[in-house]
Design a protein around this ligand. Structure first.
Ligand code: CMP
Length: 141
């Protein structure tokens, strides 16, 4: 296995309910190290650009509205097999399908307000990290 960095976002539904610490504990308990983290407010252009791959989906406009409805925490997670481990601890996109013990099973409200985002591949992780972070903001240890 390889050491990887992946991008995580704690979404507005979770920051509004003050769940950052509980979500971070789940990430750390899964063996992931939070090597970069900041609380930001996305604007419409940033959210549209970040989710550009979904621009033709019926839920795109709602997703952009939701992601700009409050602060988010963007973070870089590092560890062995970090992309897969993060997606496992996040759980399925739809909280109704998420397994017990996962972040989305415990905290997500709906398929849209699903508390967290995580990169789905190494290629996307690199792009998504570069979207939010300067190199100086990431400590690789
Ligand atoms: P995320 O992992 O951030 O990637 C795209 C997001 O779109 C997803 O989490 C959900 O928040 C949202 N999403 C995916 N599918 C749907 C859907 N069917 N209806 C509404 N929102 C969705």
């Amino acid at each position: 296995m390889a050491i990887e960095n992946t991008l995580s976002i704690i979404k507005p539904d979770a920051t509004k309910r003050n769940l950052t610490g509980l979500i971070n504990a789940k990430l750390e308990n899964a063996g992931l190290k939070i090597i970069g983290q900041k609380r930001i407010q996305l604007n419409k252009t940033m959210a549209e650009n970040f989710y550009y791959v979904h621009k033709d989906k019926p839920f795109f406009n709602d997703l952009v509205s939701f992601m700009t409805s409050g602060p988010v925490i963007v973070q870089v997670l590092r560890g062995d097999n970090a992309i897969k481990i993060n997606r496992t601890v996040m759980g399925a996109t739809d909280p109704n399908e998420a397994e017990e013990g996962t972040i989305r099973k415990e905290f997500a409200e709906t398929i849209e307000a699903n508390s967290v985002h995580g990169s789905d591949s190494l290629e996307n992780a690199k792009k998504e990290i570069a979207f939010f972070f300067a190199e100086i903001e990431i400590i690789n240890q």
